[in-house]
Design a protein around this ligand. Structure first.
Ligand SMILES: *Cc1c(COP(=O)(O)O)cnc(C)c1O
Length: 335
């Protein structure tokens, strides 16, 4: 099976398995795990923030950020199709008592300063006030589009002018940085906090990092414990995460493979293919997406259903150029 369902399906490399076996560990809830500490320090450095926190998942990282930044009842300005709002079980309501104010970010899923100003609510005796703005880069539902750092700067500037912090759901921010040709710390320079997944294109088996200033990360550490995310000898999973941080530049290969895949598929009648900017390829199918997926699944290609007529393919380090070319041939025959 050529598995293009997600970049989360990657298996850890031999080097990652060895690193897990050999990791120096301690009880990380007591802050005794040197491998976790090293991962957090390196992630903070890479993202240009004062500190970082290792968390079990991207979802937990985002939810912690919302909880730290916003008070109960406050509003969260976010994009209508974003992960924090749409794909995290309503966690902002369940875990933080926060009320989302979703805004349509158009084809690129970006929020302009004007949209942020328009969505802002000032606290009063009737209104709860805006507690946080969240953005997503790359934007998953919009097909992995990579926002330029200036877009994030402008949104953060608008939020800060209103006295509101900005959190970036950067599950795939490394893909965005590589696609835009800027270092990660430049990409997230103006945001107050950023979550980055180690377990997606970067290839780690488990985990994400949440970075921000030292005070934010101290508060985030307590919320992580509250949510049951305090882990003991977590060096065993942080060690592969450290190796994952070295995989940023390699993402360019996934982007190139996505481009080859999109080009191949766009030659096939009955499919409309969105030109990829990173490792995600969205395809509109003439018939139902589920039936299309069944047919190509029998031919040995897996994708995921992303809408009634939309299929998502994601490239990653377990699929080679040959695999991607083979996938095009199999889809051509099976569709
Ligand atoms: C995958 C993803 C997350 C959540 O990460 P998990 O580790 O799966 O919980 C958050 N935001 C975006 C944009 C994602 O793609």
């Amino acid at each position: 099976m050529i598995d293009l369902r997600s970049d989360t399906v990657t298996r850890p490399s031999d080097a990652m398995r060895e690193a897990a076996r050999d990791a120096e560990v301690g009880d990380d809830v007591h802050r005794d795990d040197p491998t976790v500490a090293e991962l957090e320090a390196r992630a903070a450095d890479l993202l240009g923030k004062e500190a970082a926190l290792y968390v079990p998942s991207g979802t937990m990282g985002n939810q912690i950020a919302v909880r730290v930044h916003a008070d109960r009842g406050e509003e969260l300005i976010c994009e209508r199709e974003c992960h924090v709002y749409k794909w995290e079980l309503g966690g902002v309501a369940q875990l933080s008592g926060v009320q989302p104010r979703p805004v349509d970010g158009g084809e690129r899923g970006a929020l302009t300063p004007g949209q942020i100003e328009a969505a802002y609510v000032e606290a009063s005796s009737h209104r709860p006030g805006t507690g946080l703005v969240a953005l997503e880069n790359t934007h998953n539902s919009k097909g992995g589009v990579a926002l330029a750092p200036e877009v994030l700067d402008a949104a953060a500037g608008a939020a800060h002018d209103l006295g509101v912090p900005l959190h970036l759901d950067g599950a795939r921010v490394a893909n965005a940085a590589v696609s835009r040709g800027v270092p990660l710390d430049r990409m997230v320079r103006e945001v107050d906090s950023v979550m980055m997944c180690l377990s997606k294109g970067l290839g780690a088996p488990v985990g994400s990092v949440l970075a921000g200033d030292a005070e934010f990360v101290e508060r985030a550490r307590r919320v992580r414990k509250l949510l049951g995310g305090g882990m003991r000898q977590a060096g065993v999973i942080a060690a592969p995460g450290l190796l994952a941080l070295e995989n940023v530049d390699r993402l360019a290969e996934d982007h190139e493979n996505a481009r080859v895949l999109a080009e191949g598929l766009s030659d096939l009648s009955g499919l409309v293919v969105q030109e990829p900017e990173t490792n995600i390829v969205l395809v509109e199918t003439e018939g139902p997406a589920s039936a299309f997926l069944d047919r190509i699944g029998e031919a040995g290609v897996a994708g995921s259903e992303f809408g009634e007529h939309t299929v998502r393919f994601v490239t990653h380090w377990d699929v080679s150029r040959d695999d991607v070319e083979a996938a095009v041939e199999r889809v051509a025959e099976a569709r």
